[in-house]
Design a protein around this ligand. Structure first.
Ligand code: GRF
Length: 197
């Protein structure tokens, strides 16, 4: 077991969860380092933010590299090249094929903006509002072949207020995401250490 873990972070958008993970690693709250930030979209805002942190960035454009299995195999190859111990999906808007899931089984986490198993899939915050739940939240779970259904590592709850809009609820959940995801990744590496022989 290495002294410090190596984390690859996959994004498709603004990358605020990626930033929260990077800050937690850089500040020593997680015994690991961000070794690569990868996106399927060349224009993902988070790539610029990762570069500002001095983290290597990679793009495997899903419009160029097709079909899905070939794209995922290319992503796996990049992650192997960086020798990642853990893959963190952080707003990575892709369904995963078996090559990804099998390669990183029990070594890949995702964050989802609902209290799973409620409201999997897209627009989870809107689903929660439309259903009328009074408690919403976020979940960090291991990734398996079923979308948003792998074993749950941590969850955080937030209240839904009477005048909430999708934007205001999303903001309140996102604040908790930025706390929860670093806690989950810290736990992952503490767990690995305590079981290593
Ligand atoms: C977050 O709400 C996350 O839960 C979901 O996608 C969003 C990504 O936001 N999977 P960001 O790119 O991390 O800011």
């Amino acid at each position: 077991m290495r002294e410090r873990g190596r984390v690859g972070i996959l994004i498709s958008g603004r990358g605020s969860n990626m930033v929260s993970l990077v800050e937690a690693m850089r500040s020593g709250r997680i015994a690991a380092d961000p070794v690569v930030v990868l996106s399927n979209l060349p224009a993902a805002e988070g790539l610029r933010r990762a570069a500002e942190f001095g983290i290597p960035t990679e793009v495997v454009d899903h419009k160029e590299v097709k079909p899905r299995g070939t794209h995922d195999a290319a992503v796996v190859a990049v992650l192997k090249r960086y020798e990642v111990d853990l893959v963190c999906l952080a707003g990575y808007m892709r369904l995963l094929s078996p090559v990804m899931v099998d390669t990183f089984r029990a070594r890949m986490l995702n964050i989802h903006p609902s209290l799973l198993p409620a409201f999997p899939g897209l627009d989870a915050q809107r689903q929660a509002l439309e259903y009328g739940v009074k408690i919403a939240g976020c979940t960090v779970h291991f990734v398996d072949e079923k979308c948003d259904q792998g074993p749950i590592l941590l969850q955080a709850a937030v209240p839904v207020l009477g005048d909430d809009t999708e934007a205001s609820l999303s903001r309140r959940i996102l604040e908790q995401e930025h706390v929860l995801y670093p806690q989950a990744v810290a736990l992952f590496f503490e767990g690995i250490r305590s079981t290593a022989v």
